[in-house]
Design a protein around this ligand. Structure first.
Ligand code: DC
Length: 231
C-alpha cells in the first residue's frame, strides 16, 4: 500500500459519488478529484469553440491545448479553464449530456486520463468518475462502485435541478437512463465495476452511512487516525 492511498469511486450518474467523495476526502484529509468535472469542462470548451461534441478528431486537437486545473477555495474545489472559473457553468443539464458525448472519444479520454494520473499519482486522493478504478488507477488502494436504483438517482438529480431548470421528473429520469446507456455501452472505457471494487448500493443509505462503510474498508496508513480530517 502507498503511504498516501489512492481511493477510486466509480458509478452511474446520481449514485451520490460527488457528495460522498467530497465527504470522504474531508474525513481523511485527502484531495478530492472530480474527474467528471474535467469531461464537463471539455464539453463546455468545445461548445464555446464551436466544435461539435461528435467530432472526435476536433475534440482531440482541442484537448491537447486545454488548460484544465483545480483550485481550492475554502471547503470547495473549483475547476478552471485557462484560469477562468467554470465550476458553475459546467453544471447544467446541457453540459451533462455534452460531457457524456465527448467522453466517448478515445483522444478525449487519453488526454483526460493522462491529466488525472498526473494530478493523483502522489496519492492522498479520492477520485470519482466512471473509470477511475478500471483505467486511471487500476492499482488504487481502495476501489468502490457506488450505485442506486435509477428512479432514486433521477429523483436526486430532479431535486438538484427542479427550481432553475423547470424539468419534470419524467424528463430527468429519461436523461439519467439515456446517460446510463451512453456511459456503459461506449467502446472506450465503458462504466463497469473495477476488479476488486467494493459495491455499495446507496438507494436507502444516507451520505454518512455510505462514508462510514467506505471508511471501514479504507486502508489508512499505520499511525494515521481518521475522523479529524481538515477540509
Ligand atoms: O460524474 P459526472 O456526471 O459529472 O460526469 C459527466 C460525464 O462525464 C459522464 O456522463 C461520463 C463522463 N465521465 C467519464 O466518461 N469518465 C469519468 N471518469 C468521469 C465522467
Amino acid at each position: 500500500m502507498r503511504e498516501r492511498p489512492i481511493v477510486a469511486i466509480d458509478g452511474p450518474s446520481g449514485a451520490g459519488k460527488t457528495t460522498v467523495s467530497k465527504r470522504l476526502a474531508k474525513r481523511t484529509s485527502f484531495t478530492w478529484l472530480d474527474t467528471g468535472a474535467m469531461y464537463r469542462a471539455c464539453a463546455l470548451a468545445a461548445q464555446r469553440a464551436g466544435i461539435p461534441w461528435v467530432d472526435g478528431k476536433g475534440l482531440g486537437q482541442m484537448c491537447a491545448d486545454l488548460a484544465i486545473a483545480f483550485r481550492r477555495e475554502g471547503d470547495e474545489m473549483r475547476i478552471t479553464l485557462s484560469d477562468e472559473d467554470v465550476s458553475d457553468a459546467i453544471r447544467t443539464p446541457d453540459i451533462s449530456m455534452g460531457a457524456s458525448e465527448v467522453s466517448i472519444h478515445a483522444p478525449v479520454r487519453e488526454a483526460m486520463v493522462a491529466l488525472q494520473r498526473k494530478m493523483g499519482e502522489k496519492g492522498g486522493v479520492v477520485l470519482e468518475g466512471r473509470d477511475t478504478g478500471t483505467v486511471v488507477f487500476p492499482d488504487a488502494d481502495a476501489k468502490f462502485f457506488l450505485d442506486a436504483v435509477a428512479a432514486v438517482r433521477a429523483l436526486r438529480r430532479y431535486r438538484e435541478w427542479e427550481e432553475e431548470k423547470g424539468k419534470t421528473y419524467e424528463e430527468v429520469l429519461q436523461e439519467v437512463l439515456q446517460r446510463d446507456i451512453q456511459d456503459s455501452t461506449r467502446r472506450h472505457s465503458p462504466l463497469r465495476m473495477a476488479e476488486g471494487a467494493v459495491y455499495i448500493d446507496s438507494t436507502t443509505l444516507t451520505v454518512e452511512e455510505v462514508v462510514e462503510e467506505m471508511l471501514r474498508v479504507l486502508p489508512l496508513p499505520a499511525g494515521r487516525t481518521e475522523g479529524g480530517g481538515k477540509p
